[in-house]
Design a protein around this ligand. Sequence first.
Ligand code: HEM
Length: 408
Amino acid sequence: MPTNPPRDAEETRALARTFDPQRLTADFYESPYATYASLRTWDPVHRCADGSYFLTRYADLDHVYRDRARFSSDKRTVFGPVFGVTSPLYAHHTTSLVFNDAPYHTRVRRPIVDVLSPSAVRGLEVSVTSLIDTLLERLRDLQKFDIEDFAAHIPVDVIGNLLGVPRVDRGPLRGWSLAILGALEATTTAAQLQQGNEAVSEFTRYLRELISERRRHPGPDTDLLTGLLREKELSEDELLQNCIFLLNAGHETTTNIIGNGLHLLLRTPAAAQRLVEDHTLMGSAIEECLRLESPNQLGNRLVSERVTIGGVALEAGTYLTLCIGAANRDPEEFAQPDLFDITRKPNRHLAFAAGAHACVGMGVARLEAKVAVLRVLQQLPGLRLRGEGQRGARARFRGFVSLPAEIG
Ligand code: HEM
């Protein structure tokens, strides 16, 4: 586990002053928290080399997320030059609800909230538990445990079930999703953009067929796609692009919370033991994993009208990066913020953001994480980490690409 050794004031001030999200180091990807602490302390509204601003304080993020009048999610002006306005990636991202403002955002969000209601999520518990138990049984037989074998499987299958994607068709879903999200990193290669564009095109072709099939043969009430098809408010293209977004939104983030949660707990056996003995702590334990190692570390907004944040005047059109990973360790909001405390209350973290765009799938994500982590602790009591694991070199999404463990 990387440590964040105490630094003197001059050193941390320099770390904040020179921070450039376009030039991140391997050490940063391993653990960004020392850098985030320096930024929060010395330069919480940090001007980056490209003129955008990087925000790290909890109160500032909470305010920006909740003020949709002054901070916009509409990224057309940003994505145009990056993706090209005729590209599949541009069409996809600018039609996804997350990168839009009202009234379009409200029109798309409403039916998704309806089909992912708390009672619909409760109805998933049996199938999620059975999926996880089947995976664990296979891993016990194989005597093998890593992210690819376990955490990466769960979200694709859960959303595949929600959308009614036949099992035999699920093979490419994970690759498509990773390629589309990979194209959103701050720095991307031409190859990454091409993979992202191809993934949107192939995914769209696939979903078009699935939708026409579902129109002919509607699924049960629990089928999310059938539910969305009933909503006359969405055009075919809006439906397609937002189904792709649903899979992407719930995929890497949920894989990461399961991996990050297991990593935290396997390194803190006393906490793991406490959870096995008292399942009622599972809820607060998962919230603490979401806070301490937030799967989605960075969000973005555009300033719609001139505002001042932390004494810094920001003009309309300014691009803001909202650092959830830093806000969730802000000592102004959380006592002993670097401490892993599975009983922490209150825990008003921003891992799912806040306000009008707060994560619609948080109930599904919490369910998957709770069941996955508890079943592993119960069913594989001898599980031990083999080494430190390997984190993905990504700033936006924090998780492990590999976290091998001995089943014991
Ligand atoms: C631990 C797992 C997850 C995390 C950390 C997470 C995080 C987030 C965050 C931070 C946002 C706000 C984005 C913004 O406004 O800038 C968001 C939005 C969203 N998430 Fe999640 N998410 C997770 C799982 C899921 C799942 C499982 C689904 C679907 C089943 C989902 C569906 C969505 C949707 C549809 C939005 C857009 C909401 C809107 O714009 O109104 N998420 N998520």
